[in-house]
Structures are given as C-alpha cells and as structure tokens.
Design a protein around this ligand. Sequence first.
Ligand SMILES: Nc1ncnc2c1ncn2[C@@H]1O[C@H](COP(=O)(O)OP(=O)(O)OP(=O)(O)O)[C@@H](O)[C@H]1O
Length: 346
Amino acid sequence: MTLLTIQSVSKRYGPVTALDKVTLDVAAGSRTAVVGPSGSGKTTLLRIVAGFERPDEGQVVLNGEVLADGAAAVPAHKRGIGIVSQDGALFPHLSVADNIGFGFERGAPDRKKRIVELLDMVELDRNMLTRRPHQLSGGQQQRVALARALGRKPRLMLLDEPFSALDTGLREHMRKAVARVLQTADITTILVTHDQAEALSFADQVAVLREGKLIQAGSPQSLYLQPKDRETALFLGDAVMLPAIVRNGFADCALGRVAVEGSHQGKAEIMLRPEQIRVVADESEPAYGGRVVEVEFGGATCTVAVSLEGVALPPIFIKTSSVALPERGDRVRLDIAGKAHVFGRP
Ligand SMILES: Nc1ncnc2c1ncn2[C@@H]1O[C@H](COP(=O)(O)OP(=O)(O)OP(=O)(O)O)[C@@H](O)[C@H]1O
C-alpha cells in the first residue's frame, strides 16, 4: 500500500529549478533513500514533504490526505511528520528528558514513563536523562533527536543526512540502530543522503535525483546492477564500461564473450561492477588478457589496474581482496561473474 505520493512536484527559486516534475511513491512501512549530487534537490524535496516549503506545482498526498496542491498546503505542524536533521536540532538548555518529552503535555501522568520508553527504544542509558545535549556525543544526540521525533508518533519520518556528522564506524552502527528502531515501530521513512553506500544499505527503495529530476527509483539491487544511464551507474559505485556488440544474450567486448541482461541487440555499452571481475594470473597468453599496470594495496579491498591487450582502451580498475594480489607487470586474464548490464547506444 502506498503511504506517500509525490506527484509531479516542481519548485523554482528564481532562475533555479530545484525540482522538476518529481513523481515518487513511498510504500507504507518502507524505507526510501533519496540520493543525488549536491544541489540536485534532495533537501528541497524533503522540505516540501515536511511542509517547510510549498511546491510551485504538483501534489503531496499522505495516506489519502492532500498535504500540498501547488501552493495550497497543510502547515508543517499539522502533518504528523517527524524530522531528524543533520545537527539533531536539540534544545541546548533542556535536559535529555525534556528534549524527548518536548511535545508532551507537561502534567501528563505518563510523561516520565513515555520518555523512558523512548529512551530505551533508541538504546540510550537511563542515566542520560538529566544530561544536557552538550554532554552527549554526536551519536547520542542523534538518538535523542530520533526519540523526540518518535515521541510524536509520526505517520512518516524524514531523516535529513542525520549520520553525516558522525565518523565512519559510528555512522554505520547508528544507521543500523536507526533502521532497527524504525522497523520495530513500523514507521515509514525517507532518508536524504549523499552517501551512496548508506542509501544502498539502508533503504528498500532508492530514488536518484539529478538537477531536480528524478532519474530512477527502485530497489537498491536494481539500481546498482541495472542503472538507467552511465551517470547513475557511476554515482552509485565504481563501474567498468566497455563498448560491445550484443547478440542473443552475449556481448563481444575487450574481455571476450560476456553474458548480458536484457534483449538488446547490436552496438551497446556494457557495464560491470568491479567486484564481478576476478583477476587471475595467467602467463599462457590468453586471447583476452591484459597486463597489470598498477596495484593499490587498500587492506580488505585492493585495486588492480589492468591494461587490456590489443585494444585502445584506458586501463580498467578492479577491486580485489589482498589474497593472491598480482604484481605490477603480471599477465592476467579476467574472469567474469554474473551478467553485464547493457546501456543501449543511440
Ligand atoms: N531557499 C533557496 N533559495 C534559492 N535557491 C535555493 C534555495 N534552496 C535551495 N536552492 C537551490 O535549489 C537547488 C537544490 O537545492 P537542495 O538544497 O535541494 O539540494 P541538495 O540536493 O539537498 O544539495 P546538498 O546535497 O548540497 O544538500 C540548488 O541549486 C540550491 O542552490
């Protein structure tokens, strides 16, 4: 069931088109990540859904209720939508307990109990209730902000880059913790991020924005393995692109004959994710071989650059484990796992 429908929403700021006829459905109980380069319209979209901005055109409908229809809009505080921003936006002069209970009635008999329940939900220690925000770490502040937003029992939760101020390890931990809390509470969520890995691991649906347009929306797997165009492919991760001739489910390219998806026939560009390619030392002069021109040791994931023989193409970069890492100058062949994705060539 669809909870939120964003229908042909456009927003201009003077000469800048921040959003251009964006249409996106968000299923009830799901997690959607909106990604895109800086300035692509992610925050504008979130602010329109939250009610902090009004669209010039288009509709926002939540659970059958029209929240915005062009400039006619339901005010933000009447939307039942929670939002957690990058800085958490906690009230610095209030304790953790009062931050979490901010929206609750002062004299409500169950106020304290609800605050403690929310604190437990975001897995914070109860001795933190009397602390002020500046006595908390960045990750703890974000949990308090999430608890406060959850306390209002939102129909929809919006997360605007909430993990971006945290360092890598904590970021991943928080992402998992927040996903768990939202799933347990069965709250539909939209996350805005410019971290592709975060989007792919957090969401059921990823929506890619570029220059105010929605380029593609779908499951993380489908976007990563079947991106609509080159730019989307490269935005979501490293990719090896090769010219090819496709016939009956196979592509002839500089790597030999590679199985492909789809029914495209003729000239095309194919894409492989680097982890689909395995570098195998092979001195036997294979028909489609190459020579290692660069090795970058990176711990768990190393990068090997291979210059393909007999073709005028730049070296291709392959991610590989540190086990049996080839050396510069080695002859190798490249084994492919899975199928390549085909971009049709006009
Ligand atoms: N209040 C405003 N006035 C004028 N232009 C604005 C305003 N808000 C956003 N813009 C412009 O609209 C475009 C989209 O901005 P938006 O903040 O939505 O992008 P974003 O994808 O969230 O970027 P970032 O990842 O850098 O936060 C940008 O060109 C931005 O400069």
